[in-house]
Design a protein around this ligand. Structure first.
Ligand SMILES: Nc1ncnc2c1ncn2[C@@H]1O[C@H](COP(=O)(O)OP(=O)(O)OP(=O)(O)O)[C@@H](O)[C@H]1O
Length: 265
């Protein structure tokens, strides 16, 4: 896929939860890399899509995992039709295109992979392409953004200090109840009252965090439940399938969460 394929033509629906747009724009203007912190499903990806559209830059997203090597990011030589050719990885493509490279869930990547972004993430703004013997300088329009969910981190999987201290951090949290209700109603195309009940249910599950649940219902799960409701599924069933089952496999916890939704709907 070419960088121009990642240009977002239509404005993505995004409701700001704080001053994240202004801080992102200021960091972008000054060539500073950005770290998005926040729980799963709170809107980090949607925010990146919105910012890419707003800044009119291509967005290249990489979902990080523990097999991701630096060659996967930077590029490698491949044999094509009997010839050896260099193929840029997504990070190099984003640098060449002066676009935004978003490394989602960066802590999932191995530490030796993460260090390739260091020279790009400080004031050198270069990508060393060792195998090609090239040093790729990032144009002013290039932006590096990474995300991570502090809730999931363990001692083994945490962001190196030398990595995180290169980034301007933006904390994204779940929106307040009124805003989350608006988002759920808009995204799922349900009425305000149904959205309000779903958000109330979400708050109940969020209060169970650490008491049997690792996470409460995210905005994403509320949108999923709302979409099932819009498609004619009864709210209690929608909450069970889209939310409770996504949060836990523990039969007792499932029963408790289902009871909460039955008490509301
Ligand atoms: N502020 C917001 N404005 C509009 N929609 C939002 C907002 N926050 C969350 N959403 C909705 O929640 C869904 C999930 O958000 P998103 O995929 O951006 O989460 P995420 O934080 O990137 O999750 P993950 O860390 O799991 O990748 C979006 O598809 C959108 O429907």
């Amino acid at each position: 896929m070419k960088p121009e394929d990642h240009v977002i033509a239509e404005e993505p629906y995004y409701e700001p939860v704080g001053d994240e747009i202004a801080v992102f724009e200021a960091a972008y203007a000054k060539g500073l890399p950005i770290l998005l912190k926040g729980p799963t499903g709170c809107g980090k990806t949607r925010f990146m899509e919105y910012m890419a559209w707003r800044l009119k830059r291509a967005l290249i997203t990489v979902s990080c995992h523990d097999d991701l090597t630096s060659s996967d990011l930077v590029g490698r030589f491949l044999v094509k039709g009997g010839e050896t050719v260099w193929v840029d990885g997504p990070l190099a493509r984003a640098v060449r295109a002066g676009g935004i490279c978003y490394l989602d869930e960066i802590v999932e990547a191995r530490k030796d992979t993460t260090v390739v972004i260091h020279p790009l993430a400080d004031d050198r703004r270069v990508l060393p392409m060792e195998k090609l013997g090239e040093l790729l300088a990032a144009p002013d329009t290039f932006c590096l953004a990474i995300s991570y969910n502090p809730g999931y981190q363990s001692v083994l999987k945490d962001l190196k200090l030398s990595t995180r201290q290169r980034f301007v951090a933006l904390e994204l949290t779940y929106p307040d109840a009124a805003l989350e209700q608006k988002i759920v109603a808009q995204e799922a195309r349900i009425d305000a009252e149904q959205a309000r009940q779903l958000v109330r249910f979400a708050h109940m599950t969020r209060n169970l965090k650490g008491q049997g649940l690792d996470e409460g219902a995210s905005t994403r799960l509320l949108v999923h439940a709302g979409k099932l409701i819009a498609a004619g599924i009864a709210p209690v069933t929608a909450c069970r399938s889209a939310i409770a089952e996504a949060l836990t496999d523990d039969p007792e916890m499932l029963a408790a969460v289902n009871e909460l939704s039955s008490s509301l709907f």
